[in-house]
Design a protein around this ligand. Structure first.
Ligand code: 5GP
Length: 193
């Protein structure tokens, strides 16, 4: 997505530790009009599949999942990283290692919002090693629902997540793939798509 690549080049900051900061439009301040374009693009890419619900993980996936859900006209459900006493009934659980915080979270999802035979599209802001996406896939499989695909705003192609998901036969659509980035020069190289 050209618009996204231009925005990353304009506003993205490469940090040591292989982290790309896009705080002024995606991860802290939200450019709602821009996110709407992102949502529209996910709708275009996944228009050939049945999507009953969009699933993401708190916090940074929520805004982009909502932008896409407006176009699909389906609900968004997000997996929670903290134990919540307010969830009763059946609960699906998994563990996800966070790349940016370097810690492992217990992640939970109420069985009330994830049903057998539902067709789910996973949406997230970044794909690095793929732990978040794989955790969401395992929650969906535990519920007996079907993963239709994974939509990512920024895939870091030099990390393993994309390769792992594609090798598993999961349909993955990334709006921008960063193949290299340099924290010293700030240079960012995109994969031709
Ligand atoms: P993964 O689970 O694929 O290793 O990492 C994906 C998650 O980590 C995303 O949900 C995102 O929140 C966060 N993340 C991974 N890499 C980056 C990055 O370079 N920049 C930002 N802002 N978040 C990242």
């Amino acid at each position: 997505m050209k618009l996204l690549e231009e925005r990353i080049l304009r506003d993205g900051v490469v940090k040591p530790g292989n982290v790309l900061k896009v705080d002024n439009f995606l991860n802290h301040q939200l450019d709602v009009r821009f996110l709407d374009e992102v949502g529209k693009e996910f709708y275009r890419l996944f228009s050939d599949v049945r999507v009953d619900k969009i699933m993401t993980i708190e916090t940074s996936g929520i805004a982009v999942a909502m932008a896409a859900a407006r176009y699909f006209d389906v609900p968004v459900v997000f997996a929670k990283k903290t134990q919540s006493l307010n969830i009763d009934g059946e609960v699906y659980k998994t563990k996800i290692h966070s790349f940016t915080h370097n810690r492992t979270y217990d992640v939970i999802m109420s069985g009330k919002y994830l049903h057998k035979d539902e067709h789910i599209l996973i949406i997230d802001d970044f794909l690095a090693n793929g732990c978040a996406a794989e955790g969401l896939i395992s929650l969906i499989c535990d519920a007996g629902a079907k993963v239709e695909g994974v939509g990512i705003v920024i895939e870091k192609g030099h990390q393993e997540g994309g390769k792992r998901l594609r090798e598993r036969g999961i349909r993955l659509e990334s709006l921008a793939i960063v193949d290299a980035m340099n924290a010293e020069t700030g240079e960012i190289t995109f994969r031709e798509q």
